[in-house]
Design a protein around this ligand. Structure first.
Ligand code: ADP
Length: 628
């Protein structure tokens, strides 16, 4: 036997362990749920491996035959062990899985934890993050893990007191699987630390959190859980608590789900599903490594985790289980992609998720707004990817801030209900932040004439709105591009005539201003959308907006340079003075400096940044010197 090797934990793990060891997280019972969930996952993996490596038709029967989880405890020695005969881990896997955290968002979590006063730390934050295995350090002062990877002959022993280091050495284990032995801290009821060496308490915790686990959880000859598949029990028989605990088991989330959606599909095929909408977005919602997709079962037999074929990418946050009764147990991912049954099930699932969201939007607006704040950006990806009925339903789900009432986000249907007579489009504006869009000078004319504009500030909004989708026959038109003028046909004509008149008077001044900034703008023209500001930028009809360009640049796709159109407000006092100055002396050098300042101002209002701060600064200096 080798001597134990000492390893330091990854820095992130050290911090996490420190949080766990001193944890004030009130519900310490959950450590057992986490360990049992991990054991159940390990059994799933072994079963899947057996299924896919054996061509024997009877293999599926045998695949699950002996799989189980076992609890053993010793009240005197104060130990509790959880064993499984699942897939196990190699020595390298132990170091990788137990010694490091790969989860994206860990750094953010730890930074947030550090910023919170000690008493406040763990409660919400730990729950939101879900610390898995490490939760055991809330109840144990020392943990020993012995594991043997299925298919290997030797085992590995890992041990730690949660102080920043662990030891690892070779070991013996008669069978593949993992045993985790907790050397329990003294019970301290006052701080929620119950006597987990007590079998009665273990029974209660198992029953409460892990009853539905598909493998027997045993103590000697007794099975502690019912193993009833929660998804094919009649809805009326399952309590809300059972549904919630099942969610936490499969989603590895410590927070209650926002909605539970039991689904029964009958007719040409038979399938049961139990889907959940999480309450809070996971930290890695936008990371490619995010665990996504639901679990697939065939007649209660686990077939595959993260089955991406059952839901579109824009519903990747939906968790749950699908049990398709007529599918083959040996189904592979390649088959799934083409399977007709899967396509039918997927359609039903999407329909049910939409119906649930629709209902939440209608009957529980506050819940829905919270949900939308977290998951709206992902759902909106569907406005680019989907077509037909799904696309229409997604548009129905959109909520946006509005100039109608800054405090109450609105739906498109509500907007349409408030549209003025003769208004033929839904006006929208996108920007880099909610504040920036709300302050945009582009809104002035619309506000003045009493036209409502919807405000969007997620990066994804640029992309789906770019396609000018239609809602109820009305196009969503961005007021940041082209020559969008609020109002009916007549109002637009009147505005055009007014601008035409002003242009006759100011045409030469515009040419002069443009000459000073001609490399930076496509055109300098008069605006009918400004009331109080002097200038704004708009994108030409088919050009990318400045924000769109920035977005593409961030994505590493440098777009071809597009020059914006600078629109000026003919009634603004500055313009009136410029007109006089130009009339007095058309070569006045101040005119060029003014052109540059107006352009800079318009940029600041639009993207919050100047494309050429040096030129802007010089023009500003120049005018300051002249003015003093
Ligand atoms: P999570 O379960 O959220 O991935 P954990 O910290 O609970 O995070 O576990 C880390 C990893 O360790 C698991 O993903 C798994 O690969 C491995 N692991 C934990 N427990 C077991 C077990 N009983 N059998 C096999 N592997 C395990």
């Amino acid at each position: 036997m080798s001597t134990p090797e000492r390893h330091e934990f990854q820095a992130e793990v050290k911090q996490l362990l420190d949080l766990m060891v001193h944890s004030l997280y009130s519900n310490k019972d959950v450590f057992l749920r986490e360990l049992i969930s991990n054991a159940s996952d390990a059994l799933d993996k072994l079963r899947f491996e057996r299924l896919t490596t054996s061509s024997d038709a009877a293999a599926s029967e045998h695949a699950a035959a002996d799989l189980q989880i076992e609890l053993a405890s010793d009240a005197t020695a104060r130990t509790l062990s959880i064993s499984d005969n699942g897939i196990g881990m190699t020595r390298d896997e132990v170091i990788r899985n137990i010694g490091t955290i790969a989860k994206s968002g860990t750094r953010e979590f730890l930074a947030a934890a550090k910023a919170t006063p000690r008493d406040g730390i763990p409660h919400d934050l730990i729950g939101q993050f879900g610390v898995g295995f490490y939760a055991a350090f809330m109840v144990a002062e020392r943990i020993v893990l012995v594991t043997r990877r299925s298919g290997e002959s030797h085992a590995t022993r890992w041990e730690s007191i949660g102080d920043g280091a662990y030891t690892i050495e070779d070991a013996d284990r008669p069978q593949a699987g993992t045993t985790i032995t907790l050397h329990l801290k003294p019970a301290d009821e006052e701080h929620g630390l119950r006597d987990y060496a007590n079998e009665r308490i273990q029974d209660e915790v198992v029953k409460r959190y892990s009853d539905f686990v598909a493998y027997p959880i045993k103590r000697g000859d007794t099975t502690l859980n019912s193993m009833k598949a929660i998804w094919d029990r009649p809805k009326a028989e399952v309590t809300e608590v059972e549904y919630r605990e099942f969610y936490k088991h499969i989603a590895h989330d410590w927070t209650d789900p926002a909605r539970t959606i039991p689904i029964k599909i009958e007719g040409t095929l038979e399938a049961y599903a139990l889907l959940y909408l999480p309450a809070k977005p996971p930290v890695d919602l936008f990371s490619p490594e995010m665990k996504r997709g639901v679990q697939l079962y065939v007649k209660r037999v686990f077939v595959m985790d993260e089955c991406k074929e059952l839901l579109p990418t824009y519903l990747r946050f939906v968790k749950g289980v699908v049990d398709a009764h007529d599918l083959s147990l040996n189904v592979s991912r390649e088959i799934l992609q083409k399977d007709r049954q899967i396509a039918i099930i997927r359609k039903q699932l999407v329909k049910k998720v939409f119906a649930t969201l629709e209902e939440m939007k209608r009957d529980a607006r506050e819940d829905y707004l919270g949900f939308w704040a977290g998951f709206g950006p992902v759902l909106k990806e569907g406005l680019i990817a989907s077509e037909g009925i799904d696309h229409d339903k997604l548009l129905d789900l959109v909520v946006a801030t509005t100039t109608h009432d800054a405090a109450a986000p609105t739906t498109l249907a509500e907007y349409v209900g408030r549209m003025k007579d003769g208004q033929d489009a839904i006006y929208v504006l996108t920007g880099t932040s909610a504040d920036a869009v709300a302050r945009s000078p582009l809104l002035e004319g619309f506000r003045a004439k009493g036209y409502e504009v919807l405000l969007f500030a997620d990066p994804i909004d640029e992309l789906w709105l770019e396609r000018e989708p239609k809602f109820g026959g009305k196009p969503l038109i961005s007021i940041g591009r082209g020559d969008v003028v609020p109002g009916s046909e007549e109002e637009r004509k009147a505005a055009a005539t007014a601008v035409e008149e002003q242009r006759r008077e100011l045409g030469d001044l515009l040419v002069c201003l443009r000459a000073a900034i001609q490399d930076e703008v496509k055109e300098v023209r008069l605006s009918s959308r400004l009331t109080t500001s002097a200038a704004c930028l708009v994108a030409d009809e088919h050009d990318l907006t400045p924000r769109m360009q920035k977005l593409l640049a961030q994505l590493g796709q440098a777009p071809p340079p597009v020059r914006p159109v600078l629109e000026l407000n003919a009634s603004h006092p500055v313009m009136i003075k410029l007109k006089a100055a130009f009339a007095a002396d058309s070569t006045d050098p101040r005119l060029a400096a003014y052109a540059r300042l107006l352009l800079g101002q318009a940029y600041l209002a639009d993207t919050g940044q100047l494309p050429d701060p040096t030129a802007f600064g010089k023009a500003l200096d120049d005018l300051m010197l002249r003015a003093i």
